[in-house]
Design a protein around this ligand. Structure first.
Ligand SMILES: [Zn+2]
Length: 229
């Protein structure tokens, strides 16, 4: 699909900014404020207009969200609504999240990063200095009917950076659940209920088994295969 030109000045600044990101930067790529201003020399506050795109599901990270960026850099992480299509900016406006909406998402997510499980303020293990900051991220989810929807999820700053552009295949996950054996499905349901993965008897057994000396492992192996007959 060919997009309209971002140079077409009959369009609004925010729309031109979106088209510029698509045509000149590309998802996942970094741009500088200088480059942005050079592209729109006669638009005042072009970075503010670009930030307005966040209201339509566009993800543009600054150093605040992504500490690996330099002060003057921003990253065009993920495309949102096709704002250049008439009506897209009016219907069902996906406004910036309010503090209340963010708290609600974090509450149902137990104030844990849903990707790595770290709690807000906890220290990341390796260096023992940087602590996790939780934020609400927009996650593209492909629904079983094929449509892609943006859903909200709590993520820490570190995981959020690693997952840019990530899309979830919900149909694939539902299919995998569907194909679980009854026992596996019961265990999975318990993990969901507890919102955590407890070691099952099977896993504990495996943990112990693998530490056994070979002779003992052979005995366990024998007992297991015999029992299965
Ligand atoms: Zn995380």
């Amino acid at each position: 699909m060919t997009l309209p030109s971002w140079r077409d000045t009959s369009r609004g600044t925010m729309i031109r900014g979106a088209l510029w990101l698509e045509a000149e930067v590309g998802e996942g790529e970094i741009f500088t404020k200088t480059r942005l201003r050079e592209a729109f020399p006669d638009v005042s506050q072009i970075d503010r207009r670009l930030r307005d795109l966040r209201d339509y599901g566009w993800q543009i990270d600054t150093r605040r969200e992504d500490p690996s960026l330099k002060q003057e850099e921003q990253r065009y992480v993920q495309r949102g609504r096709e704002v250049w299509i008439p009506g897209q900016t009016k219907v069902n406006r996906n406004a910036s999240l309010t503090a209340a909406q963010r708290s609600k998402v974090m509450l149902v997510d137990n104030f844990l990063c849903r990707s790595c499980g770290i709690a807000g303020g906890d220290l990341y293990g390796e260096d023992g200095v940087s602590s996790a900051q939780l934020d609400v991220a927009r996650r593209k989810v492909q629904l079983p009917n094929g449509t892609v929807e943006v859903q909200l999820v709590t993520e820490c700053n570190r995981c959020r950076v690693g997952r840019r552009g990530h899309q979830v295949d919900l149909a694939g996950i539902l299919g995998a659940v569907e194909s679980l054996a009854p026992l596996e499905r019961q265990i999975f349901a318990k993990w969901i209920e507890a919102d955590g993965r407890k070691l099952t008897g099977l896993e504990k057994l495996w943990g112990i088994y693998r530490t056994l000396p070979d002779e003992s492992r052979q005995l366990v192996k024998q007992a297991t295969t015999e029992d299965g007959k």
